[in-house]
Design a binder for this molecule. Structure first.
Ligand code: NAP
Length: 201
């Protein structure tokens, strides 16, 4: 399969590229804002141009999108707008731009996160965006043409991220384990699902 992985240099994205490469069956095109060619999911026009140029793919995996973590009382209109524009509408825009370029029975896999189901103080904007992505995927899957599957992976806290943040790592899952859920979304038969990465250990 020809698979585009957006956010391929990130903690989760790099692990997803490694996991998908393991079978030796796929051609993987990793992209981010700093790749060549670059792809910025916040730029809808450039995103459409990217997929037009790449023509046909079998699968799209998005492991990216930014949202603001801040106490509710400190979240500004700009913080909400940034979270919606990047992680939510950036990934929705990816689907809208990519769908006509995905082969029959191909797939699109997005990324939400555990904070949709298990919020914490400071996660209001992120929890909102993650839940929005899961609702979008369930509905988009109903209308995806030509047997294309649309799913979203919900990662828990990733061990490497907790380490970087200087937080307790016990509750985390290594990125290489989280990647299993993305492989299942691409190579399996899931449709319209929010896949909890913890269930793919
Ligand atoms: N890590 C966790 O614990 C965790 C838990 C739950 C959910 N998530 C979600 O998983 C996703 C990935 O997280 P991560 O920790 O792997 O992030 P990360 O390590 O910061 O990596 C982000 C990746 O996305 C790319 N990127 C950033 N903004 C972009 C844009 N506008 N357009 C295209 N590419 C962009 C980055 O490369 P460039 O800088 O070159 O663009 C990089 O490849 C995020 O949506 C995050 O909310 C993460």
């Amino acid at each position: 399969m020809k698979i585009v992985v957006v956010g391929s240099t990130g903690t989760i994205g790099a692990a997803v590229v490694r996991a998908l490469a393991r079978s030796g069956q796929h051609e993987i095109v990793g992209v981010s804002r700093h790749s060549e060619p670059a792809l910025d999911i916040e730029d809808a026009t450039a995103t459409r141009a990217f997929f037009k140029a790449i023509s046909r793919i079998d699968a799209l995996v998005s492991c990216t999108g930014n949202a603001v973590f801040k106490p509710l009382a400190q979240l500004t209109d700009a913080d909400f707008e940034r979270s919606l524009h990047s992680k939510l509408m950036g990934q929705v825009g990816l689907v809208r731009a990519a769908l006509e370029h995905v082969a029959d029975h191909g797939s699109v896999t997005l990324t939400s996160g555990i904070l949709a189901q298990r919020p914490m103080r400071g996660s209001a904007a992120i929890s909102m965006v993650n839940a929005g992505l899961e609702g979008f995927v369930r509905a988009a899957a109903l209308e995806a043409p030509r047997g294309i599957r649309v799913n979203v992976v919900s990662p828990p806290w990733v061990t490497e991220t907790l380490e970087k943040l200087g937080m307790e790592v016990a509750a985390g899952l290594p990125a290489d384990t989280v990647a299993n859920a993305y492989v299942a979304a691409v190579e399996g038969t899931f449709q319209g699902q929010a896949l909890n990465a913890v269930q793919f250990v």
